[in-house]
Design a protein around this ligand. Structure first.
Ligand code: OVM
Length: 406
C-alpha cells in the first residue's frame, strides 16, 4: 500500500497513537501533538491529525468540508468496502443523514425519556442498596467496573430498548469491536475478530420488529417507520446504532466519573452537598477522560485549515480527548473541577453528529451518582486503575475503590 506523502512544511509525527503504549496513556502524546502545530501529518498511517480545541471544534461543526459518508475510521469507504453496512447516522452526510437523525433525536429527547427517570432512579437506588449490603464496618472494597459501571447500565438500558434477555452478553464485545474497527487493523482488531460474526448476527436479529418489546425504545423506532418519518429499511439500522453506540460508551463514561471523584475527594464532598451537580460532574468527567477519544473525517475538496491545505479525499484524525484538555482553551485542563462549566467540551462531538444518545447517558449517570451520593460518604482508590485498550475508546478494565458508607 502506498501512503499519501505529506506536503513539505507540515509538521510530521512518526508516533503511533494506536499502539498499546499510547492508548494506555495518551495525554503526553496529545500535548506533543498540540504543540507540533494546528495540523500534523501522521506518517505511519498517511493521515492528517489535529489535537487543538479550536481546530477540532471547527472541523466538527463544518460537515460540508469534513464529511462522514466516506467513513469515520482510518479506512476510506471511497476506496475500500466497509466491514458492515455503514451507519445511517455516524457514517452519513446530509441529506441522507437528516431523517434518521431527526427521528432518533426525537425518540431519545429529554422529553421522550421522562418516563424512564423514576424507573432508572429507583433502579439506581436498589443497585446501590444491594451493593452496600456487603459492607463490613461501614466500608466496602469493590472493583467498580463489574459491580457498578457495567452492572448498572446493563440493568436498565437493554430493558429500556426492549431487548430479549438471552444473548445480552453480545452487547459489550460487539461495541468494543466496532470501536476498535475505526482504527487500523492492529492487534486489537485481530484479537476482537474472534466471535464478531456471532455478535453481529445477534445484534442484527434484535433490530427486527418482532423481537422488540412493544413498549421500548426499539419499538418507537419502528413506530417512526410506521408514521413515515423513516423507511422500514432504515429502522433496523437505526436500532443497530443504539445498540452499538449506547453501551460501551456509557459504561466507560461511568468509570471515568467514578475514577475522577475517587481522585478528587473534595469534589465528591461538593457533589454530596449539592446533588444537582451530578450532571456537571458527568460532563466534566467526559471532558477530562473523553471515553470516545478520536474520530476521522474526510476532506471534501481541498480543505484549508489555518495555513495548511488538506487535499481532497484525505483522512483527518480528530483527537477529541486532546481538544478537551487543550490549555489554549481550558484553565487547569487536567483537573476535575465542579467549579468550571465544562459545556463546549467535544467528548460527545459537536455539530450535526453530536451524540444523539447523550441524554440517555446523562440520565443513567445522574441517577447513579445521586443514589451513590445519598449513601456513600467517601470514595477513594483501593488500587491502580487498569485500562482496557481500544482503538477509539479510553476505557477501563478495572477500577478498585473503597467506599465509606454515610
Ligand atoms: C453507529 C455508531 C457506532 C459507533 C459509534 C457511534 C459514537 C455510532 O453505528 O451509528 O457514535
Amino acid at each position: 500500500m502506498t501512503l499519501p506523502i505529506a506536503p513539505p512544511s507540515l509538521p510530521l509525527s512518526d508516533e503511533d497513537p494506536f499502539s498499546a503504549e499510547l492508548l494506555d496513556e495518551p495525554a503526553p502524546f496529545h500535548e506533543r501533538l498540540r504543540d507540533a502545530g494546528e495540523v500534523v501529518f501522521l506518517e505511519r498511517y498517511g493521515v492528517y491529525a489535529m489535537g487543538r480545541y479550536a481546530t477540532v471544534h471547527a472541523a466538527l461543526t463544518d460537515w460540508q468540508q469534513f464529511i462522514s459518508s466516506a467513513g469515520v475510521g482510518v479506512s476510506n469507504f471511497r476506496k475500500e468496502q466497509p466491514w458492515r453496512p455503514p451507519s445511517l447516522l455516524l457514517e452519513a452526510d446530509p441529506p441522507a443523514h437528516n431523517a434518521p437523525r431527526a427521528s432518533l433525536a426525537k425518540i431519545l429527547s429529554p422529553r421522550s425519556l421522562r418516563a424512564y427517570v423514576p424507573i432508572w432512579e429507583a433502579a439506581a437506588e436498589r443497585h446501590v442498596e444491594e451493593l452496600l449490603a456487603d459492607a463490613v464496618d461501614g466500608v466496602l472494597e469493590i472493583d467498580a467496573v463489574p459491580t457498578i459501571t457495567e452492572a448498572f447500565p446493563l440493568r436498565v438500558f437493554p430493558d429500556a430498548v426492549g431487548l430479549e434477555r438471552d444473548g445480552r452478553e453480545h452487547l459489550l464485545p460487539y461495541g468494543d469491536f466496532v470501536f476498535n474497527a475505526f482504527g487500523p487493523h492492529n492487534f486489537l482488531v485481530e484479537a476482537g475478530s474472534v466471535g464478531v460474526s456471532e455478535h453481529a448476527a445477534w445484534i442484527a436479529r434484535q433490530c427486527e420488529r418482532d423481537r422488540l418489546d412493544p413498549t421500548g425504545i426499539g419499538a418507537s423506532v419502528w413506530a417512526a417507520a410506521d408514521r413515515g418519518d423513516i423507511t422500514e429499511q432504515q429502522a433496523p439500522l437505526i436500532i443497530r446504532s443504539i445498540l452499538t453506540a449506547g453501551v460501551d460508551t456509557t459504561i466507560h463514561a461511568l468509570s471515568a466519573v467514578l475514577h475522577a471523584v475517587a481522585n478528587a475527594p473534595n469534589q465528591w464532598a461538593a457533589l454530596r452537598a449539592e446533588p444537582s451537580l451530578a450532571r456537571r460532574a458527568f460532563d466534566e468527567a467526559i471532558r477530562l477522560e473523553s471515553p470516545v477519544q478520536t474520530f476521522f473525517r474526510t476532506a471534501n475538496g481541498d480543505v484549508r485549515i489555518g495555513g495548511t491545505v488538506v487535499p481532497d479525499g484525505q483522512k483527518i484524525l480528530m483527537f477529541l480527548g486532546s481538544a478537551n484538555r487543550d490549555p489554549r482553551h481550558w484553565d487547569h485542563p487536567d483537573d476535575f473541577d465542579l467549579g468550571r462549566d465544562p459545556s463546549g467540551h467535544v467528548g460527545f462531538g459537536m455539530g450535526i453528529h453530536q451524540c444523539v444518545g447523550q441524554h440517555v447517558a446523562r440520565l443513567e449517570a445522574t441517577a447513579l451518582l445521586k443514589a451513590l451520593a445519598a449513601r456513600v460518604r467517601a470514595i477513594e482508590p483501593a488500587g491502580p486503575i487498569r485500562r482496557h485498550l481500544n482503538n477509539t475508546l479510553h476505557a477501563t478494565a478495572s477500577l478498585p475503590l473503597r467506599l465509606a458508607l454515610a
